[in-house]
Ligand binder design. Structure first.
Ligand code: URA
Length: 189
């Protein structure tokens, strides 16, 4: 399946109830050749309206965090979510919704073949790294699965709620940059 075929299928998805309340499916954004994949939990209100991940307040902070380590959604990363449609009132996506949707992320992963995957927050880390992932203890820690490197950092919305988490996240971003320099081939300049 090509990227365009996958996107078209995803945009017409009716696999779970979230299709009934969504405005737009939020498929993903970024460079489809990127070596670094960021994964959030699911679209919020702004994302649902615009059809693009991380475009609200948390998204602006994510862009700033990326810029600190020379990453840019228009250049050298790909950004997607566990669920592609907004859960009503921004509740956590249900396990059944995550299970219905995860095939799209798996297909994105197969097309992208990233070298590094960064989970944004506990929900993404629990789905991708380990069900009982503890974000407060395990943020910034590398996990290797079949030669691919996985790490979770705090979700930017958590940093907006609790700025005392920002210094830890700054260190995690520095570690991410080190790993990118050690692992990735492209420079994208
Ligand atoms: N939070 C997420 O996890 N994903 C988005 O796309 C926006 C906010």
């Amino acid at each position: 399946m090509t990227w365009d075929e996958l996107e078209k299928t995803c945009l017409g998805c009716t696999k779970c109830e979230l299709c009934k309340t969504r405005t737009n499916v939020v498929f993903g954004v970024g460079n489809r050749d990127a070596e670094v994949l960021f994964v959030g939990e699911g679209p919020g209100e702004s994302e649902d309206k615009q059809g693009e991940p991380f475009v609200g307040r948390a998204g602006k902070l994510l862009d700033t965090m990326l810029a600190i380590i020379d990453l840019d959604r228009n250049k050298n990363v790909y950004i997607a979510n566990i669920v592609k449609c907004r859960p009503p009132k921004n509740r956590d996506p249900l396990q059944s919704e995550q299970d219905a949707c995860i095939g799209y992320l798996r297909a994105q992963f197969a097309l992208l073949r990233p070298k590094i995957v960064v989970c944004l927050g506990r929900i993404a880390a629990a789905k991708i790294i380990r069900a009982d992932f503890k974000i407060t203890k395990e943020h910034g820690v590398w996990y290797d699965k079949n030669g691919i490197k996985f790490m979770a950092i705090y979700h930017p919305a958590a940093l907006l709620r609790d700025p005392s988490k920002k210094p830890d996240t700054f260190l995690d971003l520095k570690e991410l940059k080190r790993q990118i320099e050690a692992t990735c081939d492209h420079t994208y300049d």
